[in-house]
Design a protein around this ligand. Structure first.
Ligand code: ADP
Length: 224
């Protein structure tokens, strides 16, 4: 199973990425985590990217793509699956990631899109700021990260829809509920992924599933 996640900050990429990785026993490649780790260790790369992270801006594409290429090579050696969290974040990254995937025979089977509204995302990120001390979880930088998501990241979603690998999930509910829905959707796709060629797939939209089952509102423990 090879999955990439597209979601605004606070939708739960980190939490759900870890759950998916544990469920399918595949590596969780989280670009934000990898970058923050470099900053914490004070590596040359960490020093080069720190200011971008603090301001909520995108790190230069090539830095992230080189880092991810290494991780995808390792994932291939480890069995061929992955869950990518944090990339692609713009169209250029989407295209280059696809090139890397083609070259390594590791293109994604599923683009998992988590949806939540701004008020909820901001609430979760501010709640997280009180617990962890991420330099980018301040009201001002959160607004900047959300704006960046809508202008440069969200437009990529249509591309995955056209490729027929998009799965959209309503991430407004609690982390366990969202997690359950994701795993059910991915498990249901497994036999299909084995049989249907990537370029012949149709998009799956589960965003109204929560409403259909009468789910409402959100829970507090879902930031990330
Ligand atoms: P969030 O989705 O909550 O913003 P992440 O941990 O995914 O959190 O990313 C944190 C920061 O790391 C981003 O604001 C950005 O500065 C940097 N970053 C992560 N992934 C990428 C990427 N693919 N391209 C450029 N910058 C990135």
């Amino acid at each position: 199973m090879r999955i990439l996640m597209i979601a605004p900050p606070g939708a739960g990429k980190g939490t759900q990425g870890a759950l998916i990785a544990a469920h399918f026993n595949i590596p969780h490649i989280a670009t934000g985590e990898l970058l923050r780790d470099h900053v914490a260790r004070g590596t040359a790369l960490g020093q080069a990217v720190r200011a971008y992270l603090d301001r909520g801006e995108l790190v230069p594409d090539q830095i992230v793509l080189d880092m991810v290429r290494e991780a995808v090579i390792a994932a291939k050696a480890a069995g061929g699956g992955y869950v990518l969290d944090g990339i692609p974040r713009n169209m250029a990254q989407a295209r280059q990631l696809y090139e890397i995937g083609l070259e390594l025979e590791m293109t994604a089977d599923v683009a998992l899109h988590l949806q939540a509204d701004d008020a909820e995302l901001t609430r979760r990120l501010l709640a997280r700021a009180a617990l962890e001390h991420r330099s980018d979880d301040t009201a001002e930088v959160i607004a900047q990260r959300l704006a960046l998501y809508y202008t440069v990241t969200a437009p990529i979603i249509g591309w995955y829809r056209e490729r027929g690998i998009l799965v959209s999930v309503d991430a407004m509910r609690s982390a366990p509920e969202v997690g359950r829905e994701i795993l059910v959707a991915l498990e249901a796709m497994r036999p299909f992924l084995e049989r249907v060629r990537a370029d012949e797939r149709l998009p799956v939209d589960l965003t109204s599933l929560g409403e259909a089952f009468g789910a409402t509102g959100s829970a507090a423990d879902t930031a990330g």
